[in-house]
Design a protein around this ligand. Structure first.
Ligand code: NDP
Length: 261
């Protein structure tokens, strides 16, 4: 198979895979990291590995792998692909190399091995799907300068920026709930937390909806679908966990979409 055929095959695999992931995480087993580590299906995910290192390991392919694949492409130095590369890295450089050190992780905390292992492989595939679209000849569109004035790019970039801000602020507010050395959970208060339990996931959805619009490609749409499949069940589970855990949890809060879900 050549690169174009690999790309097409992987797109179909990720589309089908996202349906499988959604069904599995909704009906069979929670992703047993963080507050869900004690779930009865947790043993499915294997032995624990250090949490902070596992975050760097599983997210790094999305920053480094993406950059390598991107620069293998013939159009890598064209201005619009470079702008799209900068958008991607604005998210993933932070997620891979800064965010793991912002999480308040208790000494010795672990994450089940299968989670970073599967995420590593998934992120590598997603990086190929999206990086090749930007810079490889024969895959994706040429992205002329005029694309920067296209309403799809403009709306996508605005959505991406809004999602980035929401995701970062929401994660920073969670980190601020614990003083150094603390390990417990509190009810988050203020800002979007008054509307939903998981504004960090809401921000993540907006980032990838914006990306899908800005690159206007099936690769972006499939990644958005994958992210929804992965994080929607977790958002609903986190929401149920909050309501179970805190008797005074605000009744008006939804899980992830204000007023809706
Ligand atoms: P969580 O909200 O489960 O946890 C984030 C951090 O905040 C953890 O350190 C957690 O501690 C802590 N925390 C959460 N709730 C509370 C609380 N009520 N009180 C005190 N501390 C709390 O997020 P995830 O770990 O699932 O995700 C982190 C980031 O990664 C998010 O931005 C998410 O969007 C992104 N992500 C993206 C994915 C994708 O598919 N693109 C997949 C997974 C994550 P502890 O670990 O002890 O529970």
């Amino acid at each position: 198979m050549n690169a174009v055929q690999w790309h097409e095959a992987l797109l179909i695999a990720y589309f089908a895979g996202s349906l499988f992931v959604f069904a599995t995480l909704s009906l069979v087993a929670k992703a047993a990291y963080g507050r869900h580590k004690g779930d009865k299906t947790a043993w499915w995910w294997g032995p624990g590995v250090p949490t902070r290192a596992s975050w760097i390991f599983m997210e790094a392919p999305s920053a480094l792998g993406f950059a390598v694949i991107y620069f293998m492409g013939e159009r890598a130095l064209a201005p619009v692909p470079l702008i799209l590369l900068a958008m991607w890295q604005a998210h993933y450089f932070q997620r891979s190399f800064i965010y793991p050190f912002m999480r308040r992780v208790k000494p010795g905390d672990t994450t089940p091995l299968l989670i970073p292992a599967l995420a590593f492989a998934t992120n590598l595939g997603v990086s190929f799907l999206n990086a090749a679209i930007l810079s490889w000849n024969g895959i994706g569109q040429a992205y002329e300068l005029s694309w920067l004035a296209d309403p799809r790019f403009l709306a996508g970039a605005a959505l991406f920026a809004a999602g980035w801000h929401i995701n970062r602020k929401a994660d920073a507010m969670l980190a601020a709930l614990r003083k150094p050395g603390e390990t417990g959970y509190r009810i988050p208060r203020g800002w979007l937390y008054e509307r939903v339990s998981c504004p960090n996931y809401l921000g993540e959805f907006l980032v990838w909806a914006g990306w899908a619009l800005a690159i206007w490609s099936a690769a972006g749409a499939v990644f958005l679908l994958w992210t929804l499949a992965n994080l929607l069940p977790r958002a609903l589970e986190n929401h149920r966990w909050y309501r179970r855990t805190f008797a005074d949890y605000p009744a008006q809060r939804r899980a992830v979409i204000p007023g809706l879900l």
